[in-house]
Ligand binder design. Sequence first.
Ligand code: ATP
Ligand code: MG
Length: 566
Amino acid sequence: MRYSQMLIPTLKEVPAEAEVISHKLMLRAGFIRKLTSGIYTYMPYGLAAIRRVENIVREEMNRAGAQELMMPMVQPADLWQESGRYIKYGPELLRFTDRHERESCLGPTHEEVITDIARREFHSYRDLPVNLYQIQTKFRDEIRPRFGLMRGREFIMKDAYSFDVDDAGAEVSYQKMHDAYNRIFERCGLDFRCVEADSGTIGGSFSHEFMVLAETGEDTIAVCNECSYAANSEKAVVVPAPKPEGVELQEMSKIETPGKRKVGVVCEFLNIKPSELVKTLVYLADDEPVAVLLRGDREVEEVKLKNHLNVTDLVMADDKAVFDATGVPTGYLGPVGIKIRLIADQEVVNTPNFAVGANEKNFHLLNVNAGRDFEVSEVVDIRQITESDPCPTCGGTIRLVEGIEVGHIFKLGTSYSESMKAFYQDSEGNEKPLVMGCYGIGVSRIVAACIEQNHDGNGIIFPVPLAPFQITIVNLGLKDETICQTVEALYQKLQEAGFDVFIDDRDERPGVKFKDADLLGFPMRLTVGKRFLESGQVELCRRRDGLVQDVSPDEIVSQVQKLLTG
Ligand code: ATP
Ligand code: MG
């Protein structure tokens, strides 16, 4: 490929709209152009990188025995009503009606469509197991599309679905995908971790996420420093500290705390630590008020709370909703005498003599003890793990790191096959529900994640497997026949050796060409210019570490091979 024949509209300035480095570099390197919020055109060079990812994904999926198909993007609402997700999926599902007033939606994922295929096509245990996948554009009306391809509304996903006769079979299918995903992300050259994950709205019992480690990641991962435990913080199990022994329970008393509502302010006023206060937060769970008790220095993990409540919608109640539900102004709520459903984090019941709101404006209670001063029947792990919590598996120390979710695998079980009546006949002729799994990879997000991990001040540093071209040849003598002939000969030779090669044949100053080569992230740059005429040597420069060597054209292929694979 020649620069003069490829549309790569690079930019000198950093576009103001971009916050994270991958988004900035993708715009600057002419990878993508925004059409509207969360919706991008993949320009030729960006698409070439996406194709690299797709090829790796496709090869490994095929190797794992999955079959590629392609399902429609427009889906009838009926199917989603059958599965029960038409309402449950929430506003990310873009719904519309066609000219015949038929309700439809744009596929954010394809469990419904594939289960419809399965119930029509798989009848007997002899048809199973099957794993079907596609690489396709998805649409999710994300509330906050941002970071370019990282969180788009339209994006490319690989989604796969497995069908088995029983749980044991489904576990084999799951493990195959687990292994395939590890190979895929390794082949992409990414620094990633596989972590235990929450199963979310997709339903199901068991799941893992594949996280690319990067500071700009939107997920937090809890990793054990001693054992292999790694979990999304949404899922990470908090082991409560045991009840301290020998602490005498003090008598509960009421104290005036005029105008003191926030944890920090109350603690300062009462001269206690936030860990000695219990805060009472009110949520609206599918519009029903629920009070949540948590130590003052802790944060609620809303995913855990949502799972416990088994609701679709969970929001913090505003001041008015709090007052309407409890008759108490925000800041003075407490568990003693509260009239709404009460859920306590497990740590609260082990904390002696804490302070809480008195359910009365301008008053708090001191020396409150769960069980003695109020009853709480729902004691649950609902808080975010911290670095001072122990590892739930080995008791070791926990470290929190940021990650970008690039893949997610789920054991779905029979929830879709039962609701949508996808049954097969076992060897004894009994009707049984298909046991399913589903497996996603964010193909376009991988390119963004890769750039987050592989860049420097000058631009992208592509890992060899994802580079659209592994080598660029910078021609600095467009008018010199010897130079042009050498460039063409190298181009031929390197392509014959299996490389994807690019030539910068533009009539531009050397500085511009070098800057663009760095920005576009070619792993290797060859320069043929005046110096070649003098010395007969071509300059070779490795992008990742700036290693420079002068090499004669005869040795280029072997030298490039050595430097790119070594
Ligand atoms: P997230 O928590 O980031 O919203 P998700 O759990 O909704 O992701 P899945 O439903 O598991 O994602 O989708 C499979 C994969 O698709 C994800 O692992 C992710 O890599 C990718 N993905 C999901 N949403 C987006 C998006 N808005 N833009 C780009 N890629 C996405
Ligand atoms: Mg999502």
